[in-house]
Design a protein around this ligand. Structure first.
Ligand SMILES: Cc1cc2nc3c(=O)[nH]c(=O)nc-3n(C[C@H](O)[C@H](O)[C@H](O)COP(=O)(O)OP(=O)(O)OC[C@H]3O[C@@H](n4cnc5c(N)ncnc54)[C@H](O)[C@@H]3O)c2cc1C
Ligand SMILES: NC(=O)c1ccc[n+]([C@@H]2O[C@H](COP(=O)([O-])OP(=O)(O)OC[C@H]3O[C@@H](n4cnc5c(N)ncnc54)[C@H](OP(=O)(O)O)[C@@H]3O)[C@@H](O)[C@H]2O)c1
Length: 466
């Protein structure tokens, strides 16, 4: 045993970083976030025999679906837009008695039941925020945490691997218009819209044609004194049901026919023409892209309210004056409240941007939006925006990562095949139709294309027979 100062009783040099003690967690994997993706990662890593420490900045599980959380983007009226079978984890079905499109409270209760059933909570450090994740050599990671809100001291622990599951729908993407700073009305981001009282009796302008903008416009149609809905392009509006079945299930049925994309697009154009009709009759702009080329907007009520005069479609905002908003067609509106439903930016403040191969715009370039080319023991879970549910994809992403960690110990040569796939696939798209050029499509995937590629990866990573 060494008696040198700095060595501990076992004769080993205690780990330090920047003069701070580092606690060595051995082969344990760190998971950041206990939302839907983080919970799936904790469960699948435990099932593959790993120790797991999960850090969650909030005091409960559920992430975006826990609307008590500060950063939750859901509002009182939010329901799933992906139907139940397309939204649930493959190994934990939602109850049969639940409706096709559960409300956000049911989704939270589903995630809480999942955490209970698989006994995940003992592995989660609640109220603990990850502030830094740094390479520690030997493909290991130093993870620095503190109590949420910044009180208390920081603590650094060293892990064998890290899964980042911090969500990508919480940091508002706010546009900046000329004159906006001197505007006297109220401007909020769509994530700050929580319930209809915020628009009751007011003149409201909703900017943005994604699902958030459409949902808020629909609520404003019945509660606000007036509602304008500004979009910078035309969209396809899918109803929640086709022929009495949830639309995503009908779509999944059509996918089974294995028709070429152009034929599926033509088929869906016909169906929408028949069910929804000519959008320009409602005063909406004609879509500037084909069906399946943008993230689906699933809203059966928007056109109803446009047709009843509750929602007035207007073009893009050009600029603000002190008391009004000027549109690109020169019209002047005088809203009391402007809701910017303009989407979200991905944020990874605790990671050096290079570690996720982020490009100049800040967009990570990862194989399957999950695996960085140069960081074998780092993965991101849930950084996808599918045309159906996120949870099944997040489940299989974390199974793949757990299998990869096991295989690199057991069969390095076979594991190398997977790394080749990762290096070659960082710029993949996993989307059948080319999406419109918008940051909202950075992580857009077609669930069938994505799962097929993930299945290939999972095949590469099959366990070595004992
Ligand atoms: C309004 C709305 C409706 C949606 N509807 C659907 C739908 O119908 N179907 C569907 O499948 N998906 C839908 N989504 C997508 C939704 O984001 C996913 O269903 C799911 O919530 C993703 O889970 P996640 O764990 O990846 O992210 P999140 O749910 O955002 O969870 C991330 C977690 O990480 C924690 N965290 C973040 N940073 C840190 C840190 N530094 N340290 C510690 N903890 C941290 C957060 O507190 C949070 O708990 C919707 C999204 C929105 C905004
Ligand atoms: N379950 C539900 O009910 C529900 C409800 C809400 C949201 N969601 C999900 O949550 C995620 C985020 O949805 P979201 O609607 O908040 O964001 P989003 O899909 O990113 O849509 C943002 C919208 O704002 C527009 N926009 C962005 N920047 C703009 C600018 N500078 N000027 C004018 N318009 C601008 C975009 O136009 P472009 O198309 O031109 O880029 C788009 O119409 C999606 O996955 C969505 O499906 C689900």
């Amino acid at each position: 045993m060494s008696t040198d100062p700095g060595y501990d009783a076992n004769g080993t040099l205690p780990l330090t970083r920047d003069g701070r003690a580092v606690s060595d967690r051995g082969g344990t994997v760190c998971v950041i976030g206990a939302g839907a993706s983080g919970l799936a990662a904790v469960k699948n890593l435990l099932e593959h025999g790993f120790g797991v420490d999960c850090y969650e900045r909030e005091t409960g599980v559920g992430g975006a679906w826990n609307w008590r959380h500060d950063r939750s983007p859901v509002s009182a009226g939010t329901h799933l837009i992906s139907s139940k079978p397309m939204s649930q984890y493959p190994d934990f079905p939602m109850p049969d008695a639940w409706p096709d499109y559960p409300a956000h409270g049911l989704v939270l209760s589903y995630l809480e039941r999942y955490a209970e059933h698989f006994e995940l909570k003992p592995h989660v450090w609640f109220g603990t925020e990850v502030v830094r994740v740094e390479p520690a050599g030997g493909d290991r990671w130093d993870v620095t945490t503190r109590s949420t809100g910044g009180c208390g001291s920081q603590r650094t622990s060293r892990y064998a691997a890290v899964v980042v599951a911090n969500g990508h729908n919480w940091a508002p993407r706010m546009p900046a218009y000329e004159g906006q700073e001197s505007y006297r009305g109220e401007i909020i981001h769509g994530s700050a819209y929580k319930e209809p009282n915020q628009v009751r009796g007011r003149k409201v302008l909703v900017v943005g044609g994604g699902n958030t903008g459409c949902d808020i416009a629909v609520e404003a149609a019945t509660h606000a004194a007036r509602c304008w809905h500004s979009t910078r392009r035309g969209y396809w509006y899918a109803p929640k049901y086709l022929m009495g079945r949830p639309t995503d299930q009908v779509n999944a049925g059509v996918l089974r026919w294995r028709l070429p994309l152009w034929l599926r697009q033509r088929l869906m154009h016909r169906v929408l023409r028949l069910v929804v009709g000519d959008l320009t009759r409602f005063g909406l702009p004609r879509p500037d892209h084909g069906v399946f080329q943008s993230h689906p907007i699933v809203n059966g009520q928007l056109l109803h309210h446009v047709g009843h005069g509750g929602i007035r479609p207007v073009p893009e905002v050009a600029r603000f004056t002190r008391h009004s908003v000027i549109l690109t067609d020169g019209r002047e509106l005088d809203p009391d409240l402007v809701v910017m439903a303009t989407g979200y930016e991905p944020r990874f403040e605790f990671l050096d941007p290079g570690l996720l191969d982020r490009d100049a715009d800040g967009r990570p370039r990862l194989y399957l939006h999950t695996f960085p080319a140069a960081q074998p023991t780092l993965a991101v879970a849930g950084l996808v925006q599918p045309d159906s549910g996120v949870l099944p994809l997040a489940h299989w992403q974390s199974v793949a990562f757990a299998r990869w960690l096991r295989l690199r110990e057991a069969a390095p040569q076979r594991a190398a095949r997977f790394r080749e796939r990762v290096s070659g696939g960082a710029r993949g798209r996993w989307k059948d139709a080319t999406p419109t050029d918008s940051p909202r499509h950075w992580f857009e995937v077609s669930h069938d294309v994505y799962l097929r590629e993930l299945q290939r990866a999972l095949d590469d990573l099959k366990a070595v027979p004992a």
